[in-house]
Write a protein that binds this ligand. Structure first.
Ligand SMILES: [Zn+2]
Length: 161
């Protein structure tokens, strides 16, 4: 139970069955300009971008990734790190405006045992938290419902940027 406090994104994300359509969905999202909503890509920078997690642990779960397909923390260049940091801040502020969380978890999972669901494309998780939200995520029985809900959440967050 305490594990959830420092790596709340772990469970859904690892077991969520991220679609493996051959390519990397981070790279696909970044390159597919014009289809941001479909990819749940909220903000495109030059070297990094913000997108929603399709298998969120909590409402509003966002990910900030470098445009470059790199898997390790130490591979991030200073200019990429700077932009990722700015995007984390922008995402946090957008969320504060639109969803008014009481707190946040911000973190990176490196390695499967650490909870990483996608190993080869690094990403920073930004998970909003609300007081007493330990039971927050409703169980979604149907993908369609989930998808609708994600798009609504996308539109809501988009207004914060
Ligand atoms: Zn990639």
């Amino acid at each position: 139970m305490t594990e959830r406090m420092w790596a709340p994104w772990r469970m859904q994300y690892v077991t969520g069955g991220v679609k493996k359509s051959g390519g990397c969905f981070f790279c696909e999202a970044f390159k597919d300009a014009g289809n941001e909503r479909e990819h749940l890509l909220l903000k495109r920078g030059e070297l990094a971008f913000i997108m929603m997690n399709r298998f969120p642990y909590n409402v509003g779960h966002l990910m900030i990734a470098p445009a470059r397909h790199i898997g390790n923390f130490e591979e991030v260049r200073p200019d990429e790190a700077a932009e990722m940091w700015q995007l984390v801040a922008a995402a946090k502020m957008a969320m504060q405006k639109t969803m008014r969380p009481d707190g946040f978890n911000i973190g990176i999972n490196q390695g499967k045992c650490a909870g990483a669901g996608v190993l080869d494309h690094l990403h920073i998780h930004l998970v909003p938290r609300w007081n007493g939200d330990t039971n927050f995520m409703p169980v979604f029985g149907e993908c369609r419902v989930m998808s609708q809900w994600l798009e609504d959440n996308y539109d809501q967050l988009k207004t914060g940027f």
